[in-house]
Design a protein around this ligand. Sequence first.
Ligand code: SF4
Ligand code: ZN
Ligand code: ZN
Length: 320
Amino acid sequence: MPLCDRCRSRQAVFYQRHTGKKLCKECFFEDVLQRVKKEVERHRMFSQNDKLLLALSGGKDSFVLLDVLVQIHSPSKMVALSIIEGIRGYNRPQDIERLRSIVRSYGIDHFVVSAKQYLGYSVDDFAEAQLKLYGKLRIPPCTYCGLARRRIMNVFAREIGASRVVTAHNLDDEAQTYIMNLLRGDPARIVQVHPQAPLLSRLFIRRVKPLRKIYEYETAAYAYLKGFRFQEVECPYLDMRPTLRARIRRFLYELEANSPGALLKLVEFLDTILEPYVKKLKLPELPRCKRCGEPTSYGRDLCKLCELIEIVENAAKQNR
Ligand code: SF4
Ligand code: ZN
Ligand code: ZN
């Protein structure tokens, strides 16, 4: 085994493709920690006084988020939340229990809530309602799942008085989101990916993504080298993810494989060119949904989540 390119004293265990460096365990963990710290400071994601709500799914990224954040923020100012989407075979009590014991070992309170409890319907309810109404899944369950999770995180954060919602999105996720919004040609959405984007409603708690400059291959290696066993069961709806995101994901993987570092450069470039624009941007407060009272997009009476919930209710009416 070659020696680590940083400390030149320990054996390297990890090849960091995008820098061409071979690192030992300790230097790799330190590298991730310093890059996360730098990103948090660059965008002033939070300060020592902020109460953070950590959204943890139980996957490798959420473990890395937890492990890194306890080194830069006081555990007494953090609360963790896991959301049970309500997907048969995927949400397993033993995974939640394992996550809970890890979170508690860091001295952090852990809450578990379900989509059914918060919104009335699980992701499976949403899928089954469509099968009943249309005989097929017209809208991917991921659409409901994503909206439901965001809503629950935001409402829960308000309820407990958290000042930031912290998610474990990594660099690959962030690059996909930027490209997806660029291809949709929707400037308002592109701007919202930027970490300093203005908050569009007083009801929103700022969401921050400290791992947004850490590659997915790095979060996987970090979790593995720390000995973390993450949830291995795949969601049964994974293949039904919206096709645009799936295609962008494949394209970006190929790009990165041929030009290591490309995704990092892409996200850094977009962050930099958007920054002056984002800082000056003044947008009116978002209107409130007529049904649930939460923020909805400009020009819409109902929020997207309520529209999806109505599909489930219509299916239920057909039963009567
Ligand atoms: Fe939710 Fe889709 Fe992920 Fe399954 S694959 S957990 S439905 S977002
Ligand atoms: Zn080293
Ligand atoms: Zn609504």
